[in-house]
Design a protein around this ligand. Structure first.
Ligand SMILES: [Zn+2]
Length: 80
């Protein structure tokens, strides 16, 4: 793992701002989903390439007309 040398503080809501340089380097856009991993005593963020069109979820995705929909949103659509 490569250190960026950047230190950020967690706010009252548990949020951390990813520095703009890091977002540019990693090609992270606003509202992109990231998956959170634990690795020993580290937290690792990884960009999710495919996610639910509606909620950004990544579990149990189904493709419909080229878009991904998660099982929760799919169920809610069916109930309408
Ligand atoms: Zn969803």
């Amino acid at each position: 793992m490569k250190s960026t040398g950047i230190v950020r503080r967690i706010d009252e809501l548990g949020r951390v701002v990813l520095p703009i340089e890091l977002r540019r380097t990693m090609n992270l856009e606003v509202r992109d989903p990231v998956e959170i991993f634990m690795e020993g005593d580290s937290i690792v963020l990884r960009k999710v390439e495919s996610a639910c069109l509606f909620c950004g979820g990544i579990r149990q995705l189904t493709e419909f007309r080229g878009k991904q929909i998660c099982s929760d949103c799919l169920r809610q659509l069916k109930e309408k």
